[in-house]
Every structure is written in C-alpha cells, then in structure tokens.
Design a protein around this ligand. Structure first.
Ligand code: SAM
Length: 272
C-alpha cells in the first residue's frame, strides 16, 4: 500500500456497525453488499473480478506478504482498505475465531439470459426449487463449482445466496458459479428454448439416477427441503430420477442428493 491504512479502534465506529449490519437481509438488500470472510475467499472474489467496497484486515497480520499483496490488489480494485484489532474483526462476523480478512462485496443478480455456458461444453445447470437452507445452498454452489457445472438457478422463493451462512458454506464458489433467479414458468420456458433436458431428482422417481441421460445439455432440478417438488413441476420434467435408499429415512439431505446427481452427470460425461 502507498500510505499506512486507517486503523479502526472503536466497536462503535460506523464502518464496523455497517459491516456487521450485513448479517441482516434488509441491510444487504438496501446496500446491495454482502460479506465474505477469509484471505483465500476474499482473494478468490478479487481474482474472479468481483468488486470489494471495503476490506478489513486484522492489524497483527497486515505485514504478511500474502495479506499485504491482497490489500494492494483490493486497493487497486478501488476498495477502501482498513486495519482493525482482532476483537473488532470478531465483532463484524460474530465469530470467536475471527478471520484475518473480511470484505464487503457488491452483489450480482443474474437473469436466465445472463447464463452463458463455456464454449465447447454441453451445459449442465443445477436448478433449486425453493431452497430454504443457506447452508445447503452454499454447499451446492461449492459442489457445482467443483464439478464444473455451468450455473445454478434459484427457482421461486429461495434463501439468500449472499447471507453469511451461504457465502461461508460455498467457500468462495459463489464468486465462480453464475447464479440466476427465475419463476418456475420462466425457467421451464427458458430451458425448453435452449433444448435442455430437465431431470428432477425426486423420491417419486421412476428411473434410477444413474440411468437418467446426462450426456446432452441438461438441467438437474432439485426440490425443497421439506416439500420436495410440486406435482406441476414434476409433470414438466423429462425424467424423474430416484437415488436408491434402503434404510429407514424417507429422503437424503438436499445438498447430498444434489452432490450425487451432479457427480453422476459428470461421470456420464467422462469427467471431461
Ligand atoms: N419430503 C420431501 C419430498 O417428498 O421430496 C423430501 C425432500 S428432500 C429432503 C429434498 C430434495 O432432495 C428432494 O426434493 C429431491 O430433489 C432430493 N432427494 C432427496 N432424496 C432423494 C432420493 N432418494 N432420490 C432423488 N432425490 C432425492
């Protein structure tokens, strides 16, 4: 950094208060910002071209070469970079073991028309019908990213992908994975227009999940944690796939079921 960064010292500093307020959906909506924690995740956001407005760095680690490089990159991207003692870092994220870097990034909201799969690949999208648990959503973003999915579509009223919990569970994949939102009707019209096969994972499935065809451009549709998929959504699908179960539980956890489906699709594509 060219000049010594500002050092925050008081928990009543307005910047600390406004960053802390981003735990609430209302404040995230009003400001259009969200928080990401951890040097690796904040670095990933910067590397993916997301814009941080503010970056707070724990004063005791600011001189470390990796952290100093991150501070320089954040400043170059136009962020306000400040230092804070560890006790204030944990105030922002309400965690005892505070991360050494916390950043407020500007949110991005995509429409279906913004989704553009990488050239020369058959697209594979993951659609989540009214996902409500941010931990599930973040975990699914991470899995979709690991398997190189083309994007994730939030169908209907879903939880906020920019909540603390979702961002944490995504481990930075939120920055890599395009996430669009749509009603079911708009989503279904879009996927038909694109020639995407729609396969739902459902406990009502008649086809075993590894018999569902994923070699062609596809969407995997997953149901809500409590209610699954409504009958009209299942009726719109080309295939309903069941992941076998033999214990007493009536279903798998949503994020785990999604992981099994995504990896089956990728297996059928030869992990290419
Ligand atoms: N009671 C809900 C139901 O009837 O669908 C259970 C919902 S389950 C926790 C959440 C979603 O995970 C389901 O809608 C489905 O997409 C997927 N899922 C869970 N277990 C599955 C299985 N064995 N086969 C296929 N999909 C499954």
């Amino acid at each position: 950094m060219n000049r010594p960064p500002e050092l925050l010292t008081s928990p009543s500093n307005p910047l600390i208060k406004s960053l802390k307020s981003l735990e609430r959906k209302k404040e995230r909506t009003e400001t259009g910002l969200f928080l990401a924690e951890g040097a690796r995740i904040v670095g990933q956001g910067l590397a993916c071209g997301w814009t941080p407005e503010t970056v707070v760095i724990a004063a005791d680690v600011a001189e470390r070469p990796q952290i100093a490089a991150l501070a320089r990159a954040a400043e170059k991207a136009g962020a306000r970079v400040v230092l804070a003692p560890e006790r204030l870092m944990s105030k922002i994220t309400q965690k005892d073991n505070a991360q050494s870097v916390v950043a407020a990034f500007r949110q991005r909201h995509l429409a279906l028309t913004d989704l553009t799969p990488a050239a020369k690949t058959d697209p594979l999208y993951i659609a989540l019908y009214e996902v409500r648990d941010p931990g599930n959503l973040g975990t699914i973003l991470r899995t979709a990213d690991c398997a190189g999915a083309s994007g994730v579509i939030l169908v209907g009223t879903c939880c906020d992908p920019f909540s603390f919990e979702a961002v944490r569970a995504s481990m930075g994949s939120l920055f890599d994975m395009p996430v669009a939102s749509a009603s079911f009707a708009a989503f279904d019209a879009w996927r038909r227009g694109k020639g995407l096969t729609l396969t739902a994972a459902s406990v009502n499935g008649t086809l075993r999940h590894d018999a569902a065809p994923f070699a062609k451009p596809s969407v995997i549709l997953m149901g809500n944690e409590q209610a699954g998929l409504p009958a009209d959504a299942e009726a719109a699908c080309d295939h309903l796939a069941l992941i076998p179960m033999r214990g007493g539980a009536d279903s798998l956890n949503l994020a785990q079921a999604t992981g099994i489906m995504i990896y089956e699709a990728w297996r059928q594509r030869g992990y290419a």
